[in-house]
Design a protein around this ligand. Structure first.
Ligand code: PLP
Length: 466
């Protein structure tokens, strides 16, 4: 039965399913059953209906996107959260839910050596919160930044209306930022500029300063910048140390999106990559990507949550309680009202692995990425297109975009391994992410063999057609 051994089996199966859109409808009745069904029948249907349509994210042959976490401590904690089934929107709605989250965000912040202004235990205003996703964190920070800037501008121009001010607001990120960053601008109803990057795909301070100068000349009001540590396209690191200086000087909110790479900062040797974080107003990463905490768990720290709290503060009587103010009411830190007991997942994962095993997990993936990089470099038909820093290798066949598109189509068509492409400056390339916690050196070698085999086919076909 799948539930017993699917984790061991994922490595043996095709990583991509072969089903077509709509495959499920004929397999299921068109209405819910009137009377209860039998557990064994349901489990049999998991095999028959569900498993054929699952993409195996935890197979060592899965190299698409970025990893998503899976671990037994995470699963068990999720079950416990489901069993307790509280909704922790205020402290009184379930005190343990709020208090464990405050403490776990401090544990984790210390593991990353975040500047102490971000930590609740520092005794200042700062603190952390678990959001569902990095996308929500970027939006929440933008809304906090928007509230802060409106307030500042109103102090200087009491006669300006909110709408007038909002119409002038402008935010920035690099053109390499995740799509969710630009989307936060759309959702927040503000202008968003995607700025050019340097030859290593990093946003530089000077570029930001120049964009701000031009916008101010036009009478616009810069208020928010997102620095990405570990871009999705190529795992590039914006120069947050430079951007932060500009942001602080111009009094604009700096949010750091380290969704993928943030997990690596639990290893001291990768912390050079987060230089400048002390200049940020908010910092976010996804333990649900690379730190073995099952989705969803996106951790966000704010130096001063006041602006976020005020931006969302609607206070009906049924949510008021006597202890207000002595512990965070996390409903004010996020977009939804309801929230699950997600900190249990952090607590279980951190305790059952210990920091040292989580570090080992990160280091192993980085080593495997370098192993793959060496294989690519040893084959003169291929090239590496971006520096390999963590667990992502960006590579391509030397030659046209077309030939690389054909290569990827063949690889994914065969379905033995799975990769997704990206494009920077019109150069199409393949992204090889080390994803599975079961991944071993032999899996990297096997995936490379598969890629070479498909490359042989592509180059063979090309030479025949010439
Ligand atoms: C994955 C990723 C995101 C989006 O993460 P979600 O938690 O799914 O919203 C944002 N930014 C970067 C850099 C990412 O890699």
């Amino acid at each position: 039965m799948c539930a017993n051994n699917s984790m061991q089996n994922t490595g043996l199966m095709r990583v991509l399913p072969t089903v077509e859109p709509g495959y499920m409808k004929p397999l299921l009745p068109s209405e819910a059953p009137q009377s209860p069904e039998n557990w064994m029948d349901i489990m049999a249907d998991v095999e028959r209906v569900i498993m054929p349509g699952v993409t195996h994210w935890h197979s060592p042959k899965f190299h698409a996107y970025f990893p998503t976490a899976q671990s037994y401590p995470g699963i068990v904690a999720d079950m416990l959260s489901g069993a307790i089934a509280c909704i922790g929107f205020t402290w009184i709605s379930s005190p343990a839910c709020t208090e464990l989250e405050v403490i776990m965000l401090d544990w984790l912040g210390k593991m990353l050596d975040l500047p102490k202004e971000f930590l609740a235990s520092s005794g200042g205003k700062g603190g952390g919160v678990i959001q569902g996703t990095a996308s929500e964190a970027t939006l929440v920070a933008l809304l906090g930044a928007k509230a802060r800037k409106i307030r500042q501008v109103k102090d200087q121009h009491p006669d300006w209306s909110d709408n007038e001010i909002v119409g002038k607001l402008v935010a920035y990120s690099s053109c390499q930022a995740h799509s969710s960053v630009e989307r936060a601008g759309l959702l927040g109803g503000v202008k968003f500029r995607l700025l050019e990057v340097d030859s290593k795909n990093k946003l530089r301070g000077e570029t930001l300063a120049e964009a701000i100068r031009k916008d101010k000349e036009q009478g616009l009001i810069p208020f928010y910048v997102v620095g990405t540590l570990g871009t999705t396209n190529s795992c590039a690191f914006d120069r947050v140390d430079e951007i932060g200086v500009v942001a602080n000087r111009e009094n604009i909110w700096l949010h750091i999106d380290a969704a993928y790479a943030g997990s690596a900062f639990i290893c001291p040797e990768f912390r050079y990559l987060m230089k400048g974080t002390e200049l940020a107003d908010s910092f976010n990463f996804n333990p649900h990507k690379w730190m073995l905490v099952t989705f969803d768990c996106s951790t966000m720290w704010l130096k001063d949550p006041t602006y976020v709290i005020n931006a969302f503060n609607v206070d009906p009587l049924y949510l008021k309680h006597d202890m207000q103010g002595s512990a965070p009411d996390y409903r004010h830190w996020q977009i939804p009202l309801g929230r699950r007991f997600r900190s249990l997942k952090l607590w279980f994962v951190l305790r059952l692995y210990g920091v040292e095993n989580l570090q080992r997990h990160i280091r192993k993936h980085v080593a495997q990425a370098h192993e793959f990089e060496a294989l690519v470099l040893a084959d003169p038909r291929f090239e590496i297109v971006a520096e390999v820093v963590l667990g992502l290798v960006c590579f391509r066949l030397k030659g046209s975009n077309d030939i690389n598109e054909t290569l990827l189509k063949k690889i994914n068509g065969a379905g033995n391994i799975h990769l997704v492409p990206s494009k920077i400056n019109d150069v199409y390339f393949l992204r090889f992410a080390v994803c599975s916690r079961f991944s071993e050196s032999k899996d990297i070698q096997n995936s490379w063999k598969e890629i070479k085999l498909r490359a042989d086919e592509v180059l063979e076909e090309q030479s025949v057609s010439k």
